[in-house]
Design a protein around this ligand. Structure first.
Ligand code: PLP
Length: 392
């Protein structure tokens, strides 16, 4: 009688959410926890956002429905920003404003699924909800591994994973969970595989660029603008992380003018978002986009937390990766059992997520978007963990 797949999803939270809810229960009981689970930014939203939002309170019309695809003024602002980032052309008619990146991804993926044989590929490590979104849209979720400790994409594996049923590849840079930033050579290599496969199979293979961490880059790292490398790129963006407002649900889909099947894609996005009931993203936040200022949340605490935790963990004998952006750090379970390490940490009041379901077996993900105090206290608990593993 009911949709068993949906029941399963509802009854089985992601490991991130499971640990996060557990942490909330402990906190409500007055117990101390160091929660490094959810990518919930700890830095305040920029002042200009608060000012724009307060000004909307005097304007009753701001609560009205907008066009289903979002207000034209907001879409103009987005297209202009994208046009300033590279040489590829975007117009407001290629932008749909969505309830965050999650809705953007769902709308895009559902549009690209033409039958149960459709395959959507994600490069590992990846945000586990991609699997939920893809399978929820009725397609097959395929993953491609990485090479080495730096999570370099495995181009040879990608080449053999793309089949005539592949309709899209999802890329996420800066990456959740690894903090990896794809360099121009890697984007070029991915694009070359997709160009060749498009030619071989005679249909477009879209590159879905999921970009919620676009602005969160450490040191001198630069983010290549993917549509300049591959015209069949679909951007999914979110303001959740860049403006520290993940609970407000605002983001967008954008396609360049030159993309294959522009009109059909755009109609498909509107149709699939409509079928999910995701029309007309929160209008107050569309108003915020209309009044956008290029001032983002202060990300400096993420980098200093990353440095504090990475250096501390190395000193304790753990192996960690070297993120170039976003706000996560990966640590390897000394015995390869990430679930076991998460359990041991949980007993100490330290909540860290096994990354096996992110396609990074044997690793755990640490969210570094916490306060400096939480990062510091976590290290004390990692010290206890290091003793349990006999590292010190
Ligand atoms: N994509 C990635 C890689 C994410 O990490 C997240 C959220 O953490 C999302 C998409 C969803 O973002 P939003 O909050 O805008 O729906």
């Amino acid at each position: 009688m009911l949709n068993e797949h949906m029941l399963f999803l509802g009854r089985n939270r992601s490991e991130i959410r499971e640990l996060f809810e557990y942490g909330k229960t402990l906190t409500a009981q007055g117990k101390q926890v160091c929660d490094l689970t959810l990518g919930n930014p700890s830095t305040p939203t920029p002042n200009w956002v608060s000012q724009v939002l307060s000004s909307t309170l005097e304007n009753p019309s701001v609560h009205a429905y907008t066009s289903a695809q979002g207000s034209l003024r907001a879409r103009r602002v987005i297209a202009k920003q994208l046009n300033e980032r590279g040489t590829t052309c975007f117009s407001p008619d290629g932008v749909v404003i969505t309830c965050g990146a999650a809705a953007a991804l769902c709308g895009v993926i559902k549009t690209l699924v033409s039958s149960e044989n459709t395959e959507i590929i994600a490069l590992s490590p990846y945000f586990p909800e991609y699997k939920v979104f893809t399978e929820g849209a009725g397609a097959k979720f395929i993953t491609v591994g990485f090479c080495g400790e730096n999570f370099t994409p495995d181009i040879i594996a990608l080449k053999s994973a793309v089949t005539k049923n592949t309709h899209a590849v999802i890329i996420n840079s800066p990456n959740n969970p690894s903090g990896k930033v794809f360099i121009a050579e890697e984007i070029t290599a991915i694009s070359q595989v997709l160009f060749a496969k498009e030619k071989e199979f005679g249909h477009p293979i879209y590159l879905i660029s999921d970009e919620p961490y676009r602005e969160i880059l450490f040191s001198e790292n630069k983010l290549p603008f993917i549509p300049d490398f591959y015209k069949n790129t679909i951007i999914c963006y979110s303001y959740s992380k860049s403006l520290s407002l993940p609970g407000e649900r605002i983001g967008y889909i954008a396609i360049p003018d030159q993309i294959c099947a522009f009109n059909d894609l755009y109609a498909g996005f509107l149709g699939s978002l409509r079928s999910y009931g995701y029309v007309c993203a929160p209008s107050i936040f569309q108003f915020m986009i209309e009044n956008f200022k290029e001032v983002y949340a202060d990300f400096s605490v993420y980098e200093s937390n990353k440095n504090l935790l990475a250096n501390g963990l190395i000193q304790l004998g753990f192996t960690v990766n070297d993120p170039q952006g976003a706000f996560y750090l990966m640590v390897k379970a000394p015995d390869g059992d990430s679930k076991g390490m998460s359990e041991k940490a949980k007993e100490l009041g330290l909540l860290i997520v096994p990354a096996d379901t992110f396609g990074a077996k044997g690793y755990l993900r640490l969210a570094t978007c916490v306060s400096h105090g939480v990062a510091r206290d976590s290290l004390l608990l990692f010290e206890k963990l290091a003793k349990i593993y006999g590292l010190i």
